[in-house]
Design a protein around this ligand. Structure first.
Ligand code: NAD
Length: 412
């Protein structure tokens, strides 16, 4: 069992990458230090008239390659350390996809399920106004993350715009289409995970036709990944949510229709499995697309898949990662596998700034070309340096940030 915090893991990964790249101690110091941290108190007048105060955060880990970019998470356990870790990962993810962004993350320590709609709106607007001085289309561009969605982004965009005195759609991404959202954003992360899965199968010489896949999580990432992979001809044989999993369904669309109508995965003809059994399923590809730390040094030994594609952020602990590598399982790391979301967020920002909107086909085509380029870069680096795909992905992302630092120099 690991007791490592998310920040410990992220810093250990960075240290290893800095050593692999043979960067200097000055560069380590710069790369391992977040640029700007803001912690705010977010007071909320509840519907019953009482006032509660929540902790809010915004961390701009890096702005060296461009404005910082990253989601806003509403979760009861989120704290400053975890926000720094997630902002650091966003920095390497944006650089790996070669987007002109730094990395950021934010959030409020709140369980959004305990809020009424109007409480959620007031909380979101107050949080936005507290972090307003440091966000903006040229500074830092928030997006949805766990516990937030396009409705929160509409409120954030409106609050920022009211203060600016004019509409500023480019201040956040993941907005509703009518407010300047992008076509293809909803499915983007899953589409990207599917593209990465196809590349990994090719790299391992596995025929995708009827390759078997198990997916942990049936939310935004899990669902769209399942749909995209089924369209590519793969066989999705097991899916789970927080309650556990099922196998034996006809198609992902059938299972989803039942899930939406009844709130349970128990569609006719399916058989129940536990979440542990899902991870150990006899498949070619396992896709953890739910929560962090799902694969540990304890359960990794039981995994039968030949490829693990990380749809979720940090679903594998460092101990789990070592076991998977020792077993010869190819791990497609999160900063590569789930980059599709931030790539299409970037497209949304470009469209907003130009007031010119693309077709769904254009979005898909451009997503595919950026994902494919990043995957090829990682595969090439992995072969050349004889390192894992995770090391290769981090080496490319971190090196691009380090190079930008070198070229910009140190002021004054
Ligand atoms: P979501 O809330 O839409 O879905 C999460 C799913 O995981 C749900 O089906 C839930 O029931 C399931 N789940 C929760 N706890 C579980 C457990 N203990 N065992 C099995 N299943 C469990 O969230 P999402 O947007 O799909 O995000 C999932 C992961 O992907 C997170 O780590 C998130 O940070 C990461 N991610 C999301 C995006 C995006 O665009 N949504 C982009 C990059 C990374």
């Amino acid at each position: 069992m690991t007791t490592e915090s998310a920040l410990d893991t992220a810093r250990a990964q960075l240290r290893r990458t800095v050593d692999l790249l043979k960067l200097s101690e000055n560069e380590w110091l710069t790369l391992s230090t977040p640029r700007r941290i803001l912690q705010v108190a977010v007071p909320l007048r509840k519907d019953n008239g009482n006032v509660e105060i929540y902790k809010g955060f915004r961390v701009q880990y890096s702005t060296t390659r461009g404005p910082s970019k990253g989601g806003v998470r509403y979760h009861p356990t989120i704290d400053l350390e975890e926000t720094v870790a997630l902002a650091m990962l966003m920095t390497w993810k944006c650089a790996l996809a070669n987007l002109p962004y730094g990395g950021a993350k934010g959030g409020i320590a709140v369980d959004p399920h305990t809020l009424s709609l109007s409480e959620n709106e007031r909380l979101t607007r107050r949080y936005t106004s507290e972090i307003l001085p440091i966000i903006g289309p040229e500074k830092d561009i928030p997006a949805p993350d766990m516990g937030t969605d396009e409705r929160n982004m509409a409120w954030m965009m409106d609050t920022y715009s009211v203060n600016a005195g004019f509409s500023v759609p480019g201040v956040v991404t993941g907005k509703p289409i009518v407010l300047g959202g992008s076509l293809g954003r909803t499915s983007a992360t899953g589409d990207g995970v599917a593209i990465a899965t196809m590349a990994a199968l090719k790299s391992r010489g596995i025929d995708p036709k009827n390759a078997r896949v198990a997916i942990q999580g049936f939310g935004k990432v899990g669902y769209w990944t399942a749909i995209a992979l089924e369209n590519f001809g793969l066989k999705i044989v097991a899916i789970s949510d927080v309650q556990g999993g099922v196998t034996g369904f006809n198609s992902v669309a059938d299972l989803w229709n039942h899930y939406k109508a009844n709130g349970t995965l128990d569609a006719p003809g399916t058989e129940r499995i536990t979440n542990d059994e899902l991870l150990e399923f006899d498949v070619d590809v396992l896709i953890p697309a739910a929560l962090a730390d799902a694969i540990t040094d304890e359960n990794a030994t039981k995994i039968k898949a030949k490829i693990v594609v990380e749809g979720a952020n940090a679903p594998t602990t460092s101990g789990g990662d070592r076991v998977l590598n020792d077993m010869g399982i190819l791990v497609v790391p999160d900063i590569l596998a789930n980059a599709g979301g931030v790539v299409v967020s970037y497209f949304e920002w470009v469209q907003d700034n130009q007031n010119y909107f693309w077709s769904a086909d254009e979005v898909k085509e451009n997503l595919s070309s950026i994902m494919t380029r990043a995957i090829n870069d990682v595969e090439t680096m992995s072969a050349e340096k004889k390192v894992t795909w995770r090391d290769a992905a981090l080496m490319i992302g971190v090196d691009r940030v380090a190079e930008a630092h070198r070229l910009r120099g140190l002021y004054p």
